[in-house]
Design a protein around this ligand. Structure first.
Ligand code: PCA
Length: 211
C-alpha cells in the first residue's frame, strides 16, 4: 500500500492559527484511502521542523511527501517549484532562532527542484475553480528549509516530494489579507495528493514568470 506524508505547521509570528495545520487536520479527518495517509504538524523552528521531518521519512517511508505552510499575502494555492540551500530569517523562528546567510544542509547543493507534478496540481486546482499558480520561491524561512531538507533526504529516490504554500483561511488572518475558505484549502490538499499519486508525469504547459 502506498503511503502519503502530509505536513502542516504550527502558528508562528504571534499568530493564533496556521491554516496549513488546520487544513492538514481537515484532510486527515476526511481521508478514506485507499492509500495510507500520515499527517503531522511541524514546529516552526529550523532545527525542530527538519529533524521531525527526517524522523517521519525514516519511520513511514512515504511514496509521496507534501509539506504545506502559510504564505500570508498570497491569494492562491501555490505548489513550490524549488527549494534553496539558504536559511535567512527576517523574523525569529518559534525557538527564537534567526539564522542569517546559513545553509539548510552544510555542503548541500545550491537548490533542488521539487519532484511533485506542480503544473498538473495547479491545473487540477484551477479546473476545480480553486485559484492556483506554481510558485518559484518558497522564501528563506522554515518552509523553504523543510522543503529543502525533504528533497535532500529523498534525492535520487522515486519519492515525490514537495511543498505547497497556501493563503490565509477566511476569518483567521488579518482582515485585509487575501484568503480562501478553510474547506477550499482542505479540498486543495486532497486534489494535490490525488494528482501526486496518480499523474504519471507533470503536464507540459506554458508557465513561469516574467519579473
Ligand atoms: N510559513 C512559514 C513557516 C511556517 C509557515 O506556515 C514559511 O513560509 O516559511
Amino acid at each position: 500500500m502506498r503511503t502519503v506524508l502530509l505536513t502542516g505547521f504550527d502558528p508562528f509570528a504571534g499568530d493564533a492559527v496556521n491554516p496549513s495545520g488546520e487544513a492538514v487536520r481537515g484532510v486527515a479527518a476526511r481521508w478514506a484511502g485507499p492509500e495510507r495517509l500520515v499527517t503531522d504538524i511541524l514546529p516552526v523552528t529550523f532545527d525542530g521542523a527538519t529533524a521531525r521531518l527526517a524522523a517521519l521519512l525514516q519511520e513511514h517511508r512515504p511514496d509521496v511527501v507534501i509539506a504545506t505552510g502559510l504564505a500570508g499575502g498570497r491569494a492562491a494555492v501555490t505548489p513550490e517549484r524549488v527549494a534553496v540551500n539558504l536559511a535567512d530569517a527576517r523574523i525569529p523562528d518559534n525557538a527564537g532562532h534567526r539564522p542569517q546567510d546559513a545553509p539548510v544542509v552544510d555542503g548541500g547543493p545550491v537548490a533542488y527542484f521539487g519532484t511533485l507534478p506542480v503544473k498538473a496540481i495547479s491545473a487540477a486546482l484551477t479546473d476545480r475553480g480553486i485559484p492556483s499558480t506554481v510558485s518559484h520561491t518558497a522564501g528563506t524561512f522554515v518552509c523553504n528549509a523543510v522543503m529543502y531538507a525533504a528533497l535532500h533526504a529523498t534525492d535520487g529516490t522515486p519519492v515525490r516530494t514537495g511543498f505547497i504554500h497556501m493563503p490565509w483561511a477566511a476569518g483567521h488572518g488579518p482582515a485585509d489579507a487575501p484568503s480562501l475558505p478553510l474547506g477550499v484549502l482542505i479540498d486543495a490538499l486532497e486534489v494535490a495528493i490525488r494528482v501526486s499519486l496518480d499523474a504519471e508525469r507533470d503536464v507540459s504547459a506554458a508557465g513561469g514568470e516574467v519579473s
